[in-house]
Design a protein around this ligand. Structure first.
Ligand code: DAH
Length: 358
């Protein structure tokens, strides 16, 4: 035998008025009942859930008591509809205003609670300086003692500043290492900070000593030792009678300030179109990885090529200079024993916040 249970009818679960209202008296009596219901419900609503429940019961679009009553307006005798409508509207406006006021009361209560001075404060999270920024600040501090100032140039650079003015012959293979995004109209994302050398020499008459930090871009894989966007730091000194001895002395002094007094340095031959002669400097450092001290190349450098001085409008028979370019990320890695450059550019806060002690 199948036992059939009566299904609850949706009509009896709602607020709908089931008795038909077809006289003005019945209409006004129901309106009165709703008004009294609102006077009970709304002032008693002390939480957002209560206020919302009252709103649904009274004026909710699906099953609100007023909504249901509005439907019976059409069943009233024609001559009573006007009065019924006006009374109805007055009650609806009053109920909506009461609901509105109940909402406002809730939010001001909440503001008062948050302003309570005895509440415990939220946990305070402060950021940390990025390891590359820490190292850059330190390097800049060391060079500032020697009279260097900071110069900045654009990241979207003219091809001429990035290559031509730096003595890269058109289609020279050295440019293969500098593949980048070309932005149109002779501009590209700069592949190095060296263009700032020329911009500085055009803007300021020598003697100049500047450091140019900034981001550079290359078509490179993102692996443990390469990043397609990375920080570089350029150095340039131009004066009368600058020689390779100035370069060696200054960079060695820097290395000892940065890595420690006894640090050994060595210079080996290299090639850059914008320096002649060109060199690379290595420092002997212990990276703390248990493999002991070893030679680490930290920068490229050289005497500024006369063609670069001329491109900047200087007389290369009078002025001479030396320059270097280094990757602060590499210095940060050697300083902190970081073995993967991606850690520096992934922005994982758990990693980054370990370095800034202040
Ligand atoms: N611009 C070079 C590069 O990105 C680095 C460099 C080497 C800069 C030698 C210099 C320099 O100023 O003298 O590979």
């Amino acid at each position: 035998m199948v036992l059939r249970l009566p299904l609850p009818s949706p009509f009896f679960t709602s607020e709908r008025v089931m008795t038909s209202i077809d006289t003005l008296e019945a209409f006004l009596a129901e309106l009165d009942r709703i008004e009294r219901r609102a006077a009970d419900l709304v002032p008693a609503a002390s939480t957002a859930t209560d206020v919302e429940a009252a709103r649904i019961a009274l004026v909710g679009r699906e099953s609100g008591a007023l909504t249901a009553l509005a439907e019976s307006l059409g069943s009233l005798p024609r001559e009573d509809r006007r009065e019924a409508g006006q009374r109805f509207n007055a009650v609806r406006v009053a109920i909506e205003a009461a609901l509105e006021a109940a909402w406002a009361g809730l939010s001001s209560a909440r503001t008062t609670a948050v302003a309570d001075p005895t509440m415990p404060s939220r946990p305070f999270w402060r950021g940390a300086r990025h390891p590359v920024s820490i190292v850059l600040d330190e390097i800049e501090g060391i060079f500032r003692e020697l009279g260097f100032t900071i110069a900045l140039g654009p990241e979207a650079e003219h091809e001429w500043y990035n290559f031509g003015a730096l003595n890269f012959p058109a289609d020279h293979p050295a440019m293969d290492l500098h593949d980048t995004l070309y932005l149109g109209e002779g501009t590209l994302l700069r592949t190095h900070t060296s263009p700032v050398q020329v911009r500085t020499l055009q803007a300021y008459p020598p003697p100049v000593r500047v450091l140019a930090p900034g981001n550079v871009y290359r078509r490179d894989f993102f692996d443990a030792t390469h990043a397609p966007a990375f920080a570089q730091l350029e150095g340039l000194a131009v004066d009368e009678d600058i020689s390779f001895a100035d370069l060696k002395a200054t960079l060695t002094w820097f290395a000892r300030r940065f890595y420690g007094q006894g640090t050994r340095t060595r210079f080996g031959p290299s090639y850059f179109p914008f320096t002649e002669p060109s060199a690379q400097m290595e420092v002997e450092v212990d990276l703390g990885d248990g493999r002991g001290a070893r030679w680490l190349e930290i920068l490229g450098c050289g005497l500024v090529h006369p063609a670069v001085l001329e491109a900047a409008g200087l007389d290369s028979t009078r002025w001479s200079g030396w320059a270097f370019g280094m990757g602060p990320a590499r210095l940060a890695m050697s300083r902190y024993g970081i073995n993967d450059i991606r850690l520096l550019y992934d922005s994982d806060v758990r990693f980054l916040e370990q370095f800034d002690a202040c």
